[in-house]
Design a protein. Structure first.
Length: 277
């Protein structure tokens, strides 16, 4: 027997909202500023190269002064050192980008082959600190998917707090010995709410865009919920929203028929009422 009807699913899917983003979602300027500040001294020293017609001599002079300043050259082409990116050299050999920064000759090749030489010599950039602030702002857009999930978690936390419901966040399944049905798989639940009736293990997410991850999430929760719910002292709860599900509607529908407690931001009030009973 299905946990829900087709009519209930149609209502659920019609309630999904397009976005949960406010204006502060798009760029985390605090993090951007912190990233730039960490390397600002080196960037200021690299400003020495701006406008230099004899780039080779300028690089050697700066190298003799402080070779470590070139360690941050990768961020000038929007690459983080931690990414460990590899490229082909002129001879077709593969190198880590950071290997170019181990000698003045390597630095000169890097500046020339990336196009930075022209940018620096022609003063297309006037201050590398300001320039990297812009680069970091661009790179920060990659973190938006994670922020969307965090916004959803904050929203649920605020809702629970407003209704005076005690909860814990990011709780490992290993805390519950009764959850041996999960086998060796360790699971971290976004929220755990314990009431006199039962303990609710809650997962929260929001997807504004599609992708294969949505199918995997739906499949994973469809497998997880019955294992948890076979113990009457526990219940799996899934709170999700976002128009991204429209591209994975079939998988969401399959999960909806399997998992009894699935909520979105529109009907979450009914779950809150259950917790307050």
């Amino acid at each position: 027997m299905n946990a829900h009807t087709k009519e209930e699913f149609d209502i659920f899917i019609s309630q999904l909202i397009e976005t949960n983003a406010s204006l502060d979602f798009f760029s985390d300027f605090k993090k951007i500023d912190e990233n730039v500040e960490k390397i600002s001294i080196k960037l200021n020293q690299l400003n020495y190269l701006i406008g230099k017609t004899d780039m080779e001599s300028a690089v050697h002079e700066l190298w003799n002064e402080n070779p470590k300043v070139f360690d941050v050259l990768d961020i000038l082409i929007a690459i983080r050192s931690s990414d460990k990116k590899k490229v082909l050299d002129k001879n077709g050999n593969i190198h880590l980008i950071e290997e170019f920064f181990t000698s003045p000759e390597g630095v000169i090749d890097y500046i020339h082959d990336t196009g930075l030489r022209n940018v620096l010599q022609n003063k297309m950039i006037t201050n590398l600190v300001d320039y990297v602030f812009g680069v970091e702002t661009g790179l920060d857009t990659n973190a938006r998917k994670n922020r969307s999930g965090h916004i959803m978690e904050h929203r649920i936390a605020d809702l629970l707090c407003a209704n005076h419901i005690n909860f814990r966040q990011e709780v490992q399944s290993s805390e519950f010995k009764e959850m041996d049905v999960l086998g060796e798989d360790l699971k971290r639940f976004d929220f755990v709410v314990k009431t006199s009736a039962k303990t609710y293990l809650i997962e929260v997410n929001f997807y504004s865009g599609g992708g294969s991850k949505l199918n995997e999430v739906a499949r994973s929760y469809s497998d997880l919920a019955p294992k948890i719910n076979q113990n009457p002292a526990f219940e799996f709860v899934w709170i999700t929203d976002g128009a991204g599900w429209l591209s994975a509607k079939n998988k969401l529908e399959e999960a909806y028929y399997i998992i009894p407690s699935v909520y979105n931001l529109t009907n979450i009030g009914s779950f809150i009422n259950r917790l307050k009973e």
